[in-house]
Structure formats: structure tokens, C-alpha cells
Design a protein around this ligand. Structure first.
Ligand SMILES: *Cc1c(COP(=O)(O)O)cnc(C)c1O
Length: 460
């Protein structure tokens, strides 16, 4: 039997009305959206699980902070508060503010990467891969084997495959590897955590070959919570202590603050102690994002971010947060629906390949499940599979993803237990008619990050 629900460690002070359209209306809306969930209007969605990015509910403290935001162009009080908070959390000398995670990637990679270079990661997130390629370099994924088997239970399925990492370094040449990127949690592998042991071993390899280690830190707090739960020796450490240790092994980080910092917009770059690199980052920030003390954000957003960074580390909150994933996953276990298990930190990644074995990767089974969830109950999700992966940048051929996941990303502090019950119920009814669901083909696509904009049509 499934897991019991961890009650919310908060009460609700403000509400936002949502409603479900009729089935006819939903079918009409999704056809008009060219079967791309990103084209739907949010008012036509009942439960929005498209992403956990920037969809968080802020606290009363954050909303109060919004009123205090200092809108000065240079040297604002909110900026100074944010930098102090971030320096304390990560123990890094230099923090640069930017407007979101991909801005951090654009700024940092424009300085560090060039044509002929490679990055190796436990898994590049889609925007990370895009910015590696836009900087002229190429991205290599190096996740542990067990991540590729969704039904195989392992505590840290987000880990880097250390043996493979060293093999790749020798194969491509250490001087060609510009950066090693550790994504915590490993979003594309299903929000799977990375162990401290693995971060440490990766850092030792980096030192051996003189390669810099960068943490892609979008969900660093959720990752720290998993370490506390699962890694021997960390049960009695605080989330803050675990975070300090994680970041001590790296040289720098990029962060989308739209995840674990529980805000709607924001991003950070952290640099441990390389002041020359920090100067280059500041120069690039001014060109791409705005002056270094606002980095593409308004003062009120910066103030909310400074507060949210701390709230995201609260252990009661993290217990409830991960508890929501475990509760929903438990309902799917009871129904025999496969997902990346054990469940990760920010959503349930349903194994669409296993639900629709008759749909090949090039007809996008995970996109097909996403469309069915919308048609069935107005639930918006997204494909994390071959549809998202896209084409080989050199040959233009459709790539085959390691997984075909439909991601049910859970926004922070937004949905209740009854919403999770509705989601499970909907998946169960789709499973009952799974053999009748058909795949999709693309009728138009842009050259990069195509899943946001492409048009699709059902295969007859
Ligand atoms: C969201 C995310 C990014 C990109 O951040 P944005 O704020 O969406 O630009 C990068 N890496 C990971 C792992 C992410 O989850």
C-alpha cells in the first residue's frame, strides 16, 4: 500500500480559482495548440504540472519582502541582502545574480567554452545542453547505468558514472574537456539525487585532470534532503551543513532560483575563489543581463529571492515537499503504473514507454501521454524523452532518448492531496485504454529547443 500524506506545514491565506473545461472543449483546445502543451493558455488547464520552475507559491514573508524591494540601479539593499545570504549558504566568495538559470549558463559558458571543447555531465538539462552547443562546444552525458532502468530501485540514480567519466576524459583528451557539470538533482533522469560520495569522487577526478567542476544547482536543497535520508553518516547533519559540504567540492555553480529558492524568477552564478573568472562573469553579465547589482531582475524579485533561499532549506518544508512525491508515487505503485523509481525530488516521471510499448520513440510516447492527460482531465505535463531531446546538431537525425518520461512536475506549496488523488485517478483511466493511444509526428520545428514551439499531429 502507498505512503501516507505528510500534512502541509503551512495554511492557505490566498487562493486562485481553477476550473476544468468540458471534454469537447479540451479536445478542441489541444488540437488548436497543435498538440503542444506549451501552446495552451493556462486558464484552459485544470492542474498545471508543466513545470515546477517559477510556479512556486511565495510565503507571506516573501510577499512582505516584495514591498521592501530596493529598486536602485546600483548597490541596492535587496542586492546586498541576497549576496550576503547566498555567500552564507554556499560559502563561496563570489555570487552573481542573473534573471534565470539559462542566463547563468549563457553568461558562464560564453566565458569558459568554445568550439572544439566538450562538457561532461551526469546529465545536461535541455537549456544547459543548448548553451553548451550555442557556445560552440559539445555536451556528453555520463549518468550511472541504473538510472536507465526505471523500475530498478537505487538510492542515488542521479549519480555520475565515475568509470565512464574517466574513460571519456582519456578518449577526448583532458585539455578538450572545458568543464564537468554535476546536475543536482539530476532533472532529466527524473529528479534523481546525487550522493555526496559521488560528488566527492567526481571532484577528485576533476583535480587529477585539472578540469573545473561546476554544479548545476537548481534543486540543491531537495538533493541535500535525499542525502540526509539516504546516505550513511548524514542523518544527524543539518540541510545547511550538507549543502556546505556539497559545494566545497566544486569550483563554481549555476542555479535556476525558480526551483528550490521558491520564487517565480531569478538565477545565480557562484564562484568559489577565482577572482579573474568572476571579473569575466561580471563583464558578460553587464552585456547580457544588466548591471551586476540587479542582473535582469527588479529589486522586489531580488528581495523575495533572498528570503526564499532560506525558506527552501527548512527541513519541515522539505519533508512535506518530498512527501508529496512519495504519496503520488505510492498511488501509482498500487495501480501498477511504472515511473522512475524511487521517485525523485520535484515530480513523478511516468514511464510512457512502458505504458505504450506499441509507440516507437520517433512517434513520441511521452508526448502522447501528455496529450492524453490533458484530454482526460485538463492536466498539463510535458515530455522528457525523444521529443524533448530533438535532433543531432551535426546530422539533423532524430535522437533516441534513454527514457520516454512524461513528467508530472509538482509546483512548490501549490497543490493539495486531493489534486494528487485526481492525477493518479486520471493516469489509471488512461492505462485502462493504453493500447488504443496513438503516437505523434512533428509537422514544424525550430532548430534548437524545439519542444517549446514545435507543431505536432496525431498519427492516424
Ligand atoms: C530549470 C533548470 C535549468 C534552467 O533554468 P531556467 O531558470 O529555466 O532558465 C538548468 N538546469 C536545470 C537542472 C534546471 O532544472
Amino acid at each position: 500500500m502507498g505512503k501516507s500524506y505528510v500534512p502541509e506545514p503551512f495554511r492557505i491565506k490566498m487562493v486562485e480559482t481553477i476550473k476544468m473545461l468540458s471534454r469537447e472543449e479540451r479536445e478542441e483546445k489541444i488540437a488548436k495548440a497543435k498538440y503542444n502543451l506549451f501552446n495552451l493558455n493556462s486558464e484552459d488547464v485544470y492542474i498545471d504540472l508543466l513545470t515546477d520552475s517559477g510556479t512556486n507559491a511565495m510565503s507571506q514573508e516573501q510577499w512582505a519582502g516584495i514591498m521592501r524591494g530596493d529598486e536602485a540601479y546600483a548597490g541596492g539593499a535587496s542586492y546586498l541582502k541576497l549576496i550576503k545570504t547566498a555567500q552564507e549558504i554556499f560559502d563561496y566568495n563570489f555570487i552573481q545574480l542573473v534573471h534565470q538559470g539559462r542566463a547563468a549558463e549563457k553568461v558562464l559558458f560564453s566565458v569558459l567554452l568554445e568550439k572544439g571543447k566538450y562538457t561532461i555531465s551526469n546529465m545536461h538539462f535541455d537549456t544547459t545542453r543548448a548553451h553548451v552547443e550555442l557556445a560552440g562546444a559539445r555536451a556528453i552525458d555520463c549518468v550511472v547505468e541504473e538510472a536507465l532502468d526505471s523500475s530498478k530501485k537505487a538510492p542515488f540514480k542521479g549519480n555520475m558514472d565515475i568509470n565512464k567519466l574517466e574513460k571519456y576524459i582519456n578518449q577526448y583528451g583532458a585539455d578538450k574537456i572545458a568543464l564537468i557539470i554535476m546536475t543536482i538533482t539530476n532533472n532529466s533522469a527524473g529528479g534523481q539525487p546525487v550522493s555526496i560520495q559521488n560528488i566527492k569522487e567526481t571532484s577528485e577526478i576533476c583535480k587529477k585532470y585539472n578540469i573545473k567542476l561546476c554544479i548545476d544547482a537548481a534543486r540543491y536543497a531537495e538533493n541535500a534532503y535525499f542525502i540526509k535520508q539516504r546516505e550513511l553518516g548524514y542523518q544527524n547533519k543539518s540541510i545547511q551543513e550538507i549543502i556546505k559540504e556539497i559545494f566545497s567540492y566544486a569550483d563554481m555553480f549555476t542555479m535556476s532560483a525558480k526551483k528550490d529558492a521558491i520564487v517565480n524568477m531569478g538565477g545565480l552564478i557562484g564562484i568559489k575563489n577565482d577572482d579573474q573568472l568572476f571579473q569575466q562573469v561580471k563583464n558578460a553579465t553587464i552585456s547580457y543581463e544588466g548591471f551586476i547589482t540587479y542582473g535582469g531582475l527588479s529589486g522586489r524579485d531580488i528581495e523575495a529571492l533572498a528570503i526564499g533561499l532560506k525558506e527552501g532549506l527548512d527541513e519541515n518544508y522539505l519533508k512535506y515537499r518530498i512527501g508529496q512525491m512519495e504519496y503520488l508515487a505510492g498511488l501509482l505503485d498500487d495501480a501498477g503504473i511504472k515511473y522512475q523509481s524511487p521517485v525523485g525530488g520535484h515530480g513523478v516521471f511516468v514511464d510512457a514507454k512502458s505504458m505504450f510499448p506499441h509507440i516507437p520513440y520517433y512517434e513520441f510516447p511521452a508526448q502522447a501521454l501528455a496529450v492524453e492527460l490533458y484530454k482526460e482531465a485538463g492536466i498539463r505535463t510535458c515530455d522528457i524523452g525523444s521529443y524533448m531531446l530533438g535532433n543531432d546538431p551535426d546530422t539533423g537525425k532524430q535522437l533516441k532518448a534513454d527514457f520516454e518520461f512524461t513528467r508530472l512536475a509538482i509546483p512548490r506549496r501549490v497543490y493539495t492531496q486531493a489534486h494528487l488523488d485526481k492525477i493518479a485517478e486520471t493516469l489509471i483511466s488512461i492505462k485502462e485504454r493504453a493500447d488504443k493511444v496513438k503516437g505523434y509526428k512533428i509537422t514544424w520545428e525550430p532548430p534548437i529547443l524545439r519542444h517549446f514551439q514545435a507543431s505536432l499531429t496525431p498519427i492516424k
